[in-house]
Design a protein around this ligand. Structure first.
Ligand SMILES: *[C@@H]1O[C@H](CO)[C@@H](O)[C@H](O)[C@H]1NC(C)=O
Ligand SMILES: *[C@@H]1O[C@H](CO)[C@@H](O)[C@H](O)[C@H]1NC(C)=O
Length: 492
């Protein structure tokens, strides 16, 4: 899906969909009408921090590069698709989870009530459970501090929007965790907090940013917590210890993140290029750039104006929902349709039993079974999320390494050396992850701060990622039309 969507993006770029050819193809920036990076200071009133309409009319709207537009639209499809798909397909477990949560809390029953699987039998009674009021306390603290922060600082964000963040999070966190546990890829709450604040507070980028961060944090915290609890359940760790560990890690992280920001400003911004494509230390801040661009486009420019500029976008929500319904319906009814209609009516019309069975068997063998085999290895949510990894300077090189490893472990080793795979695959996975962290530490300490600060290690592995046009494209105004490489296409 990643490759396929790349081809779609290329086609859209070369046919100049939505002025695409005037911008870099894979950038996650917002661009102005001269196709330079959008300078939001030019349209903001510096006292009120909201858009000055006269200044905006002089400067013009912001534009998305095509990969970013594709990913934004694709996220809309993915969003409604996965919500509908998960709610319809997993309605029973979801209902059980929601009802169990309320009933068990009200009646002060164990959270294991109604589960009889092996893991639960081993966990039940072995350790004291985390009482519900501990969670209540964490929630009350988070809620109070969010409201206080929004009200006490000039964020332009009214306190009731925290209620909205809570409500959306409460409804969508469990479906999110369902997809996450099946597919290791979630439903991004970012989408809803991209769109809604821009409808409520058009012309004001600040509430957009605040709500995007708070809404995303709700999802990450709740989802991360659930993931930890799940691992703890499988590994038979005491739930209270996991709770304490997670909460203290959050507290420590609050201070760490502020410290990291200070360190980045102190060490990587000496030439004032932090978060720009030509930063010497490659601190290009891909995610921060995406957030900045979406804050400009949805917040400052306003969601409704954004939808006027790109009229296909709102329809993609509908397309995703319909696709989700269609997919579940197909999963449920196609097998029945096959026997009831195809076997009985289409292949059987006017034929004897033997002739009908022969024709039907041939149809199954040639058409139905191969198609079913292909579809069976395609989880629609994973496939869709695979298509959405473009934009933000993450070209195909970011994915291909993963493909080699995935093929080696999940295909070759799993089939050929199943016992070895069963014993060591997860260890190797953990080892590689730790290896990345340790090498990141070493590289940062040695080459950013230590003896290797000015070392110049020129070899293919270091240079190849910045050698091509795809790196230069990032934020550098290298585009199909303006670059002069393809002047004959200027007819656009
Ligand atoms: C953005 O616009 C402001 C206000 O016009 C100006 O002071 C600033 O230099 C501009 N920044 C860039 C990067 O062009
Ligand atoms: C910003 O807005 C305030 C309040 O509406 C207004 O008094 C001021 O003139 C504006 N500043 C600029 C530079 O337009």
């Amino acid at each position: 899906m990643r490759v396929l969507s790349g081809v779609v993006i290329l086609i859209m770029y070369y046919t100049n969909v939505s002025w695409a050819a005037y911008m870099p193809i894979n950038s996650n920036n917002a661009f102005d009408k001269t196709m330079a990076t959008y300078n939001v200071s030019k349209v903001l009133n510096s006292t009120t921090n909201s858009v000055d309409v006269a200044a905006y009319q002089a400067y013009g709207p912001p534009y998305y590069a095509i990969a970013n537009l594709f990913v934004t639209g694709g996220n809309f499809v993915y969003y409604t698709f996965s919500v509908v798909y998960v709610f319809v397909k997993y309605w029973r477990p979801l209902k059980k989870a929601f009802v169990g949560m309320v009933v068990n809390t009200l009646q002060r029953r164990s959270i294991y009530t109604g589960f009889r699987d092996g893991h639960t039998r081993m966990m039940r009674g072995a350790y004291p459970e985390v009482p519900e009021w501990w969670y209540g306390l964490v929630f009350a603290f988070g809620f109070a501090i969010s409201v206080a922060a929004c009200v006490a600082w000039p964020t332009q964000t009214p306190w009731w929007s925290i209620l909205a963040v809570t409500a959306v999070g409460a409804v969508l966190t469990i479906p999110w965790v369902v997809i996450e546990s099946i597919a290791a890829t979630g439903i991004s709450l970012n989408v809803i907090w991209q769109v809604l604040p821009g409808i409520w507070f058009p012309g004001q980028p600040l509430p957009q940013l605040v709500l995007l961060m708070l809404g995303g944090a709700f999802e990450q915290m709740a989802g991360g917590f659930t993931t930890d609890l799940k691992y703890a359940h499988y590994a038979k760790l005491p739930p209270r210890a996991v709770f304490r560990g997670h909460v203290s890690a959050c507290v420590v992280n609050c201070f760490l993140y502020c410290a990291i920001l200070e360190v980045m400003l102190a060490y990587y911004n000496s030439d004032n290029t932090l978060c720009q494509w030509d930063n010497k230390e490659h601190m290009v801040c891909a995610y921060a750039q995406s957030v900045y661009a979406s804050t400009i486009l949805f917040g400052a420019f306003g969601t409704n104006n954004m939808f006027k500029l790109y009229p296909a976008l709102p329809w993609l929500f509908l397309a995703g929902a319909l696709l989700g319904l269609a997919w579940v319906a197909a999963e449920t009814y196609l097998p029945r349709f096959k026997t009831a209609v195809l076997r009985a009516r289409v292949f059987g019309a006017g034929l004897g039993d033997a002739a009908r069975d022969a024709r039907y068997a041939a149809f199954e063998r040639r058409l139905w079974d191969p198609a079913a085999r292909v579809l069976a290895c395609l989880h629609p949510a994973i496939a869709l999320s695979g298509a959405l990894n473009w934009a933000g300077n993450t070209n195909l090189a970011y994915a291909t390494l993963g493909i080699y490893l995935a093929w080696l472990f999940q295909f070759y080793l799993k089939r050929r050396y199943t016992a070895w795979w069963g014993k060591y695959a997860y260890m190797v996975f953990a080892g590689l992850t730790v290896g990345v962290a340790v090498s990141g530490l070493v590289v940062t300490l040695v080459f950013s701060f230590g003896a290797g600060k000015n070392a110049n290690l020129a070899w293919w592995g270091n240079d190849v990622s910045t050698a091509g046009l795809d790196y230069q494209l990032y934020n550098n105004n290298a585009s199909l039309v303006v670059s002069g490489r393809r002047r004959r296409r200027r007819g656009w």
